[in-house]
Design a protein around this ligand. Structure first.
Ligand code: FAD
Length: 496
């Protein structure tokens, strides 16, 4: 009987827990055996950064509970009728649906993200503690380094944890998720200022903001909606301003179910211009048939991996430069409660949304931007979109809502830095994360896939397209679990 496969998974959010859950299921189904070390300092398996317990209850999942997927309930294809909606049923059984009246909109329930975290924690703990041939140990520690270990058993890894423990692995899976936002270069001079919130996802990040402060929110996406919800929910009375290059705010999640409308993959567009033209034509066509634009978006969501990988790198770059803000505002829709709050705050003047490019900033400045005494305001200079004149304004606090700092994660995450230094991983050409092949194996410094080193989740988006939402991550996590299981059966895809 072969000895169990030793797998170290770094990161226990939706991605890492998903791979572990996939392995447990494979063990139960086929007798495949493995020792899995799931490394993450956070207490809850599944929650990761996004669904951490104790988060603001106003921060809601942007997908209704009935469609919020994770590898926690019964596996797709094996679920009995109604079981696919495991999270929704859990909300019903645990009394969440009844207690959370504010979570209902248009007949659907949008629970707090921390509630989804509680669900994942409960289901995954039960799954991981059940006796079976795959054993999962959650190590509450941080992986700080890893190196290749060549032995008679083949090429594996030794993973070093901050607490000093060394873990030997036949396979290493990186699921390090969304790194906190990076302060844009133009705001670098404000770093460390007590009223500048560089990472709004950190617990208690907004606490230093006073109730009457004039607040500048840099970025107008979903995190802006969270920040506005928290501040207004706390009784904030000062003016809020949100600024981004295009001033686009996320669309509200529509009530109806979106059905995929078009197959763009049969003849994938070779460039961004062609893609845009075909999307516009599909939206017009859908409209003529009485279908909403969200049906076309659903097609793009489901097919985005195939479309993205068919685009040459230069076209992917063009997408990032020109289309990304439009894609994000339409694709990452806000829960209706959050969208309505943002819209009503704009209507009643509590929130202004501006389109413009930041060009300068100064801390402790007077209204002309001149640096003065400590305790002065945060002076920000921006160029309104479509204009030449510069506008300078003073704020009391600034919140950076520019999204995950994927590009900076190599420097900030010591594990990724150590693997890069050894040439075992490299950034993708767009600087969005770790470069992988289609089997989600990391590419080394020379562009060769590294056998038994996998990456799952948001860090793969530069290579594989949108691997951001929970429902997109799940198939990737299960595919890696499948590859590891197959490997044990001697079918692991060989490096060229
Ligand atoms: C603010 C926010 C809101 C979102 N809302 C939604 C939503 O409503 N619906 C939706 O579908 N998607 C949402 N998303 C998308 C989100 O990316 C996915 O849903 C999913 O949670 C990502 O899971 P993950 O495991 O890849 O990453 P994460 O949740 O970021 O987890 C990564 C984990 O890796 C750990 N880690 C990193 N480095 C190390 C290391 N060296 N050693 C040990 N552990 C390490 C971290 O501690 C963390 O727990 C949201 C994302 C953000 C940032």
């Amino acid at each position: 009987m072969p000895r169990p496969l030793r797998v170290v998974i770094v990161g226990a959010g939706v991605s890492g827990s998903g791979v572990a859950a996939g392995l447990v299921r494979a063990g139960a189904a086929s007798g495949f055996s493995a020792e899995v070390e799931l490394v993450d300092p956070r207490p809850s398996p599944g929650a990761g950064l996004t669904y951490a317990p104790g988060g603001d209850p106003r921060h809601r999942v942007n997908v209704p509970s009935i469609r919020m997927a994770a590898v926690a309930g019964p596996p797709a294809g094996e679920a009995k009728e109604g079981e696919e909606e495991d999270f929704h049923r859990w909300c019903l059984e645990s009394g969440v649906l009844e207690a959370d009246l504010a979570g209902w909109a248009d007949g659907l329930h949008y629970p707090a993200r921390s509630v989804f975290g509680r669900y994942l924690d409960e289901r995954l703990r039960a799954l991981f503690s059940a006796a079976g041939p795959v054993r999962v140990t959650h190590r509450r520690d941080r992986a700080v380094a890893a190196r290749r270990l060549e032995s008679a058993r083949g090429a594996g890894f030794v993973v070093e944890l901050a607490g000093g423990r060394m873990l030997e692995a036949d396979a290493l899976v990186l699921c390090t998720g969304n790194p906190g936002p990076e302060l844009p270069g133009v705001l670098a001079g404000l770093a460390g200022h007590k009223r500048v919130v560089a990472d709004p996802w950190a617990p208690g990040a907004l606490d230093p903001i006073g109730r009457t402060d004039r607040v500048l929110i840099v970025g107008t996406g979903l995190t802006m909606g969270d920040v506005v919800s928290t501040l207004l929910g706390r009784g904030h009375r000062g003016p809020l301003t949100a600024l981004s290059r295009h001033g686009l705010v996320p669309r509200s999640r529509p009530a109806g179910h979106a059905d995929s409308w078009t197959d763009f993959t049969a003849d994938p567009p070779a460039g961004v211009r062609d893609l845009l033209r075909r999307v516009r034509a599909a939206v017009a066509d859908a409209g003529r048939q009485g279908r909403p634009w969200t049906d076309v978006l659903e097609s793009l969501r489901l097919q985005n991996g195939a479309l993205w990988t068919a685009l040459p790198i230069e076209e992917r770059r063009r997408f990032q430069r020109h289309l990304r803000p439009w894609w994000d505002a339409h694709r990452f829709q806000a829960a209706p409660q959050v969208a309505r709050l943002v819209a009503s705050a704009q209507t009643d003047g509590r929130l202004s949304v501006l389109a413009g490019r930041l060009v300068g900033a100064n801390a402790d400045a007077d209204s002309s931007g001149t640096r003065g005494d400590e305790g002065g305001g945060l002076w920000v200079l921006y160029r309104p979109r479509g204009g030449d004149a510069l506008t300078g304004r003073t704020y009391d606090a600034l919140v950076n809502c520019t999204g995950a700092g994927h590009g900076a994660s190599f420097g900030r995450n010591p594990l990724l830095a150590a693997l890069t230094a050894q040439g075992l991983i490299r950034p993708d050409p767009l600087g969005l994360g770790v470069e992988v092949d289609r089997q989600r194996r990391a590419l080394d410094a020379g562009g060769r896939p590294v056998t038994s080193l996998f990456v799952v989740g948001p860090p793969t988006r530069g290579s594989l397209g949108e691997v951001t939402g929970s429902s997109e991550i799940v198939p990737h996590a299960l595919a890696v679990a499948g590859a590891l299981t197959a490997w044990r059966h001697g079918m692991f895809p060989r490096s060229p």
